[in-house]
Design a binder for this molecule. Structure first.
Ligand SMILES: Cc1cc2nc3c(=O)[nH]c(=O)nc-3n(C[C@H](O)[C@H](O)[C@H](O)COP(=O)(O)O)c2cc1C
Length: 155
């Protein structure tokens, strides 16, 4: 079992994005896959010290004004240069909850992660409108896939 956790960052403790993240965390914590710790953090509190020891990062955001949530932007502003200078390169996954689009949030985040040389392990999970049961299943599966890939050494 690796001591390096999966770090999951989301914008706030309430709302539909946070609700989806609960499913992602449940999937990533699936005990049939492994025993790796999953650490859930509020984006406004995250520092590079939280992310540096991670095995991987899962970012979740709502789409606001065609962009990532302000809290996620704040998080990335805090961690970008410290991680870059320490050459921390991680696999990551992205979950976007949007009212009617979501592509702006994806476009705002992907170049920043590319700048960090973080590698996206799967297509961003973009969920638009009311959350359906199938969305919860997809969110859980994303968490499971992330954890399983780490255990298998795929990323
Ligand atoms: C200020 C604001 C701006 C928004 N801008 C967008 C947008 O540009 N595109 C979109 O698809 N949805 C937009 N929405 C809708 C949110 O993305 C959607 O309601 C989402 O589920 C909110 O997530 P939350 O419940 O975690 O806050 C916006 C909502 C707010 C409050």
């Amino acid at each position: 079992m690796s001591d390096r956790p999966i770090v999951v960052v989301r914008p706030n403790q309430t709302g539909s994005t946070a609700s989806l993240v609960d499913d992602v965390v449940a999937g990533a914590s699936d005990p049939t896959i492994g025993q790796r710790r999953v650490i859930l953090l509020d984006a406004l509190d995250v520092t590079a010290t939280d992310v540096s020891p991670a095995a991987g990062l899962i970012l979740a955001t709502s789409e606001n004004f065609g962009y990532m949530a302000g809290a996620i932007k704040h998080c990335l502003e805090q961690i970008y240069y410290p991680l870059l200078e320490a050459s921390v390169r991680l696999p990551y996954a992205l979950v976007v909850k949007a009212g009617n689009d979501g592509s702006g949030a994806v476009r705002s985040i992907e170049p920043i992660m590319k700048g960090l040389s973080f590698s996206l392990i799967a297509e961003p999970l973009v969920i638009v409108g009311d959350i359906e049961n199938s969305d919860r299943v997809a969110a859980r599966e994303l968490g499971q896939t992330f954890a399983a890939g780490l255990e298998a050494g795929l990323w």
